[in-house]
Design a binder for this molecule. Structure first.
Ligand SMILES: CC(=O)N[C@H]1[C@@H](OP(=O)(O)OP(=O)(O)OC[C@H]2O[C@@H](n3ccc(=O)[nH]c3=O)[C@H](O)[C@@H]2O)O[C@H](CO)[C@@H](O)[C@@H]1O
Ligand SMILES: C=C(OP(=O)(O)O)C(=O)O
Length: 442
């Protein structure tokens, strides 16, 4: 039975939430376990759908994943790794972005891989051309198959000199997970340097990999013949932390985010402060709050790390609807990440989308037909509306807009949020939100 979340707005969110391991690291560290010749232990694992998807994919490839019933820590044993049928793998098509990262580890382990069509948030085309190009440079052969691709490396994989057209997070991870056991040295230029990538590098180094992080976005990886299991505590989810911070501001609330890490949120914290939000870095996290008074309009441009992360943009836009004046958000990472603003406009926000680059940095979407700049005029009183959750961050934004609004909203498709937000409804209720999950009327 489909569920609907009924949200009664008008209450500030107040209280404490704890964030655990990052959605953008944990599933990748799980994939890395395939490369070891002994079991790995991953700690601080959140209960989110992307972890379930990767657990299922590992299981059908013969990797056991045991969850500690008290701590939730995972022990991943690749001793019996084997190939899986395309029918088994196909069951995971469209669920997340992670299956593409099985390419290198599966080629190293069993010589070939079938990768189903990917899922993840629909915020642009999200092609995998960089992934396939780097894999070919390593010596892999890629073939299109019904519902996915097959990839093989019968003659092994060798190091390569690589340069990404854009510092893609996924393609950088693809290179890391392949190069660590490829024959010879790999140099990757224009690599992504997100904290989750640095944490994946820590995981791989614990396994025995040799990875040099140079300045100027360059990684140099010296391939080794053998890797062992790791014991690692995942870094906290900075994107979940930033989401709750925006929720505090949009609703006029006060949220202590346990686990939020100042250094990984630096660009976000600067923006938050300029917008008029306040935060205190405390022992076990960061307290985010609306200090009273008016919020200030801002110009925000998303960027790769260390810039303002694209995944922070959607929740922040809700807070910007409550600032006094005209704000601009220029999205430079994804070409189509403003679809979620339709529902905000129906709730009373004033948001106009433009094809031009409205920030100070022209981006690669500027001369093309993409509505990738938003002009937000506030302060706009919001009112309740019915909406369908479009994706992870867009859905979070809709829910906090509904909480900031006067009146009642109904959200369907709320389960999408579980892909990246652990115990979302429990956390909302713990912060005093008046929400109720019920069966949809037929
Ligand atoms: C599971 C995960 O970690 N997801 C994160 C990861 O996504 P993901 O790894 O998919 O994002 P990328 O950094 O690869 O994508 C950045 C841009 O590069 C483009 N591109 C990427 C690969 C490719 O082969 N060809 C290509 O054109 C994409 O369409 C996008 O416009 O990084 C993004 C950027 O920080 C975050 O928003 C996502 O939350
Ligand atoms: C875009 C996101 O995730 P994914 O890459 O998993 O779709 C996100 O977390 O905002």
């Amino acid at each position: 039975m489909n569920k609907v979340l009924t949200i009664n707005g008008g209450q500030p969110l107040k209280g404490t939430v704890a964030v655990r391991g990052a959605k953008n690291l944990v599933p990748k560290a799980m994939v890395a376990a395939l490369l070891g010749d002994s079991p790995s232990v991953l700690r601080n694992v959140p209960e989110i759908k992307d972890v379930d998807v990767v657990t299922g994919l590992l299981n059908i490839h013969g990797v056991t994943v045991d969850k500690d019933s008290v701590t939730g820590d995972l022990t991943l044993n690749p001793a019996a790794a084997k190939s899986a049928s395309s029918k088994e793998i196909d069951a995971y098509a469209g669920d997340s972005r992670i299956p593409i990262l099985f390419c290198g580890p599966l080629m190293h382990t069993i010589g070939e891989a079938f990768i189903p069509d990917l899922g993840g948030c629909r915020i642009g085309d999200r092609p995998i051309d960089y992934h396939l190009n780097v894999l070919r440079e390593f010596g892999a052969v890629v073939d299109k198959a019904p519902n996915g691709i097959t990839i093989s490396a019968r003659n092994g994989l060798h190091g390569a000199k690589l340069h990404l057209p854009f510092p893609s997070v996924g393609a950088t991870e693809q290179v890391l997970l392949t190069a660590v056991k490829a024959h010879g040295v790999t140099e990757l230029k224009n690599a992504a340097m997100e904290p989750e990538i640095m944490d994946l590098i820590s995981v791989l180094q614990k396994m025995g990999a040799i990875i040099n992080v140079r300045s100027e976005r360059t990684l140099v990886i010296e391939g080794v013949t053998q890797l062992r299991g790791y014991d690692h505590t995942a870094l906290p989810d900075r994107n979940e932390g930033a989401s709750w911070a925006s929720a505090a501001l949009a609703t006029g609330g006060d949220i202590l985010v346990q686990g939020a890490d100042q250094k990984d949120l630096s660009a976000f914290l600067n923006t938050y402060r300029k917008l008029g939000g306040e935060f205190d870095v405390v022992g076990d996290g960061i307290r985010f709050y609306h200090p009273g008074g008016e919020l200030n309009p801002l110009v925000v441009e998303t960027d790769v790390h260390p810039g303002f992360m694209t995944d922070w943009q959607q929740p922040l836009v809700v807070a910007l609807t409550q600032a006094q004046g005209v704000s601009i958000v220029h999205e430079t990472v994804y070409e189509n990440r403003f679809g979620f603003t339709d529902a905000l406009v129906r709730m009373g926000a004033t948001i106009q989308l433009h094809r031009e680059c409205l920030g100070s940095n022209p981006c690669r979407f500027g001369q093309r037909d993409f509505l990738h700049s938003a002009v937000i005029t506030g302060r706009a009183p919001l009112h309740g509306a019915d909406f369908v959750i479009p994706d992870l961050r867009g859905g979070f934004s809709h829910v906090i807009a509904a909480l900031a609004a006067e009146g009642t909203s109904n959200a369907s498709g709320i389960e999408l949020i579980n892909r990246g937000y652990e115990h979302f409804l429990d956390k909302l209720q713990g912060l005093g939100a008046d929400v109720e999950l019920r069966d949809a009327a037929l």
